[in-house]
Design a protein around this ligand. Structure first.
Ligand SMILES: Cc1cc2nc3c(=O)[nH]c(=O)nc-3n(C[C@H](O)[C@H](O)[C@H](O)COP(=O)(O)O)c2cc1C
Length: 448
């Protein structure tokens, strides 16, 4: 038995390339060239609801975005606002349009030898101009997508994406709806403009001199009129702050070190104990002498444990200052500076346990042995702080516990051989750390 014919045709669309567009030169009228190509006799013409996929190269050429090839690196620098990843000569950068792409889209292909092409100055504006021009020339309401070719993280191969758009619903937000099983769609926002760009690339190709394609049959993706809701392809750019993959792997590792800065003001937001445990796991991968593991971390998770320790340390400090002969007023002032620990929502006391250290018959070598363990403790704490920064937690490593070790051991019931190595205040930074100019490495090394 044959199935009954459906009453409405299944979804489908047509895509074709426009032949006959000549090599574009600076100052050429793209509207004219595209209108002439689209209305050639053997083609179906253009109609309301069509979407034109226009290769950015011809837009750049028409707009005169051509520079001498000798300036390629300088052109990349000028277009880039941030390096996302670098491997040898290859630079993946975020350009001034927010697009993350190789070499800022500065391209030496598809252009005369000795010259390079920059992306259009404002691809959304270019798309709007084409849309308006075609409406004037042919009386049709079409969507325009300006396309470029991108590689993608995790995926081999290149594909076209939308870098400019006009009159196109570039994103299809399905959140709040349900799938065919009734499951809620919580994250599904379809990148329609990129899908259309890729469809156009199937017929345009890279070397075939076909820079424009037409998609017909998807009129719902074309937004009628020029309403303020026309977001352009800008809407497809993911905000770097929301991007879980903001940096390449090497760059992220490098940045982790500089991300760590002393944070002395915290919000009230609680600290995730799991994040602290992950940071401890990173801490104990630090180098240490004789294959020892001299690090211990006392996590002060209850407020009472923190207050009891801080009160006892304050009393010990006051006793020291009185012994030094400071006035009560001056003592009060100094003690107030200890507030960084009191205001933190979480404290950690890193300790050095020098189990496995060697003993020598002389003081010189015993002192060196002790220093080895102390620097290893520092390496562990630095690992800990860097890992906390990777968890987006701020920290301040302060010295206080080192100056009253007996008191700390007594209040926290620590074994005699645990040497507190300061205290680490942990929390969510109330404000970004103050900018600090990069230090010139050459002032910190000497070469022999
Ligand atoms: C062993 C050690 C002890 C420290 N003690 C204190 C301290 O008692 N109080 C304080 O506010 N900061 C203390 N710091 C933090 C430094 O002041 C801080 O690292 C420095 O200002 C550099 O800023 P940055 O960490 O943001 O790079 C200490 C740092 C280290 C490594």
């Amino acid at each position: 038995m044959t199935a009954p014919l459906p009453t409405t045709p299944p979804p489908g669309f047509r895509v074709w390339a426009l032949p006959g567009i000549p090599e574009v030169r600076p100052g050429d009228d793209l509207v004219k060239l595209i209108a002439a190509a689209a209305t050639a006799d053997e083609l179906p013409g253009l109609a309301d609801g069509d979407v034109l996929l226009v290769t950015s190269k011809i837009v750049s050429k028409a707009e005169g975005r051509i520079v001498e090839a000798a300036d390629r690196q300088a052109a990349i620098d000028a277009e880039a606002v941030r390096v996302v990843a670098r491997r040898g000569e290859l630079r993946i950068v975020e350009n001034r349009l927010g697009l993350v792409m190789a070499a800022a889209g500065v391209d030496a292909s598809n252009t005369a030898a000795g010259t390079i092409l920059l992306l259009p100055e404002d691809p959304d504006a270019s798309a709007r101009a084409l849309r308006a021009g075609l409406r004037d020339a042919l009386g049709v309401d079409v969507g325009i997508i300006v396309t470029d070719t991108f590689g993608r993280p995790w995926r081999s191969g290149l594909t076209d994406v939308a870098i400019g758009a006009a009159g196109v619903r570039v994103l299809d937000d399905l959140r709040g709806g349900v799938d065919s099983h009734g499951n809620p769609l919580n994250v599904t926002v379809v990148a329609t403009a990129d899908e259309l760009a890729a469809a156009g690339d199937l017929v345009k190709g890279k070397a075939s001199g076909l820079p424009v394609a037409v998609v017909r049959g998807l009129p719902h993706v074309v937004a009628p009129g020029d309403g303020g809701s026309d977001l352009g392809a800008r809407a497809l750019v993911r905000n770097a702050a929301d991007d879980m993959f903001r940096l390449g792997t090497s760059e992220a590792v490098r940045e982790a070190v500089t991300l760590r800065r002393t944070v002395r003001e915290f919000t009230d937001a609680p600290v995730d104990p799991g994040a602290v445990r992950r940071a401890v796991a990173a801490a104990v991968t630090a180098p240490a002498p004789h294959h020892t593991t001299p690090w211990r971390f006392v996590l002060l998770e209850s407020e009472s444990s923190r207050v009891e320790l801080l009160d006892a340390m304050r009393d010990a400090w006051i006793a020291d200052l009185r012994g030094d002969g400071f006035s009560e007023e001056s003592i009060a002032k100094r003690v107030r500076r200890g507030d960084v620990l009191r205001k933190a929502p979480y404290l950690v006391v890193p300790c050095l346990v020098a189990d496995g250290s060697h003993t020598y018959p002389d003081a010189r070598r015993n002192a060196a042995e002790r220093e080895m363990f102390v620097v290893a403790a520092g390496a562990g704490v630095q690992n800990f702080l860097v890992a906390l920064a990777g968890e987006r937690l701020g920290s301040a490593w302060v010295s206080s516990t080192m100056f009253c070790r007996d008191v700390v051991r007594s209040v926290l019931s620590l074994p005699e051989n645990w040497d507190p190595m300061g205290a680490v205040a942990v929390g969510h930074a109330a404000a970004p750390p103050r900018e600090r100019p990069a230090r010139d490495a050459s002032e910190f090394f000497s070469v022999r």
